[in-house]
Design a protein around this ligand. Structure first.
Ligand SMILES: Nc1ncnc2c1ncn2[C@@H]1O[C@H](COP(=O)(O)OP(=O)(O)OP(=O)(O)O)[C@@H](O)[C@H]1O
Ligand SMILES: [Mg+2]
Length: 285
């Protein structure tokens, strides 16, 4: 894992300013804290702000981004490669022109493919088109997959609720990131906060513990209020930022999107989609 990670890191250093792309890995310790809802709504907001966004649903076996987006499930990459399905069947375009690919499990079945199929898979990935931003929605907890995507992405956004159990699990994820030296900095979103003071308290708890025990820097990306319209929007299979744009949670996600784009770091460590494909293939060799 460490060896693979260092290979990946070497590749990340390559720059191609012609086709900059920024990859975010969305993580959590505890399950059900709101990663998928955040990922799709963040993606839609960024798309509305003029970025071309791809969501990679990497929650193996439990992928549900398509349901929240009101989209039918896409053929995954593995099926496409094995069944010679065309690329257009892998990518589904959803609301506001956001693209979705169910790719996580496929990438990890890559090891089972013969060399020719691996090459084909990489060619497929490279040919995905040009995106400004890829958002990887991971499954909960620490797994080989989520750590790999964390290493692979340029930035990590760790989502937690203010509950002590969720904060403790978020800390465990930070610890893993720190131990494997995957990232120096992690952005934090505290979701489902009843009020700002509880959100701040939870963030500070995580910050203080990380400062004390880990070699990792945290950045508070923002809070999202607990909002019944999140549940309503999910029931209606219509992302909240579209269905209830004036709701508290939508306003919070809007602010977080602006924080991300306003981030002075936005253009650093960029790489082209082609390099992204190369980075994945390096990992599996
Ligand atoms: N801001 C919020 N306010 C109220 N409810 C919320 C909010 N965010 C998420 N939820 C609720 O939490 C549930 C879980 O959300 P989501 O599926 O996005 O979590 P997840 O972290 O992706 O879960 P998993 O770990 O299973 O992938 C949603 O169905 C919704 O009901
Ligand atoms: Mg999820």
């Amino acid at each position: 894992m460490i060896d693979q990670a260092s290979k990946l890191r070497t590749m990340v250093k390559d720059k191609n300013m012609d086709n900059p792309i920024k990859i975010y890995s969305i993580l959590s310790g505890k399950g059900g804290v709101g990663k998928t809802n955040f990922s799709i709504n963040l993606g839609i907001k960024l798309q509305q702000m003029g970025k071309k966004v791809l969501i990679l649903d990497a929650d193996i076996g439990m992928s549900n981004a398509n349901i929240m987006l009101g989209m039918s499930p896409s053929v995954n990459l593995f099926q496409a490669i094995v069944g010679n399905t065309s690329l257009s069947n892998i990518i589904k375009t959803g609301p506001e022109g956001i693209d979705l690919i169910s790719g996580g499990s496929d990438l990890f079945f890559m090891e089972d493919l013969n060399k020719e199929s691996q090459e084909k898979a990489m060619e497929a990935l490279k040919g995905l088109g040009v995106y400004d931003i890829i958002i990887i929605d991971n499954g909960a907890g620490i797994s080989k997959q989520s750590l790999t995507f964390t290493d692979f992405a340029h930035e990590v956004i760790l989502v937690s609720t203010p509950e002590p159990t969720a904060i403790m699990d978020a800390y465990r994820v930070l610890k893993a990131i720190s131990i494997y030296k995957l990232k120096k900095q992690v952005k934090i979103v505290i979701n489902q906060v009843p009020d700002i003071s509880i959100g701040r308290e939870a963030y500070n708890k995580l910050l203080n513990t990380a400062n004390q025990f880990l070699d990792i820097e945290l950045e508070n990306l923002g809070f999202i209020f607990s909002d019944i319209r999140v549940n309503k929007a999910i029931m209606e299979q219509n992302p909240i930022v579209l269905r209830y744009p004036n709701s508290l949670a939508s306003e919070n996600i809007d602010k977080i999107s602006k924080n991300l784009l306003g981030n002075k770091d936005f253009d650093y460590n960029v790489s082209s989609l082609k390099q992204l494909g190369n980075r994945i293939i390096k990992f599996f060799r």
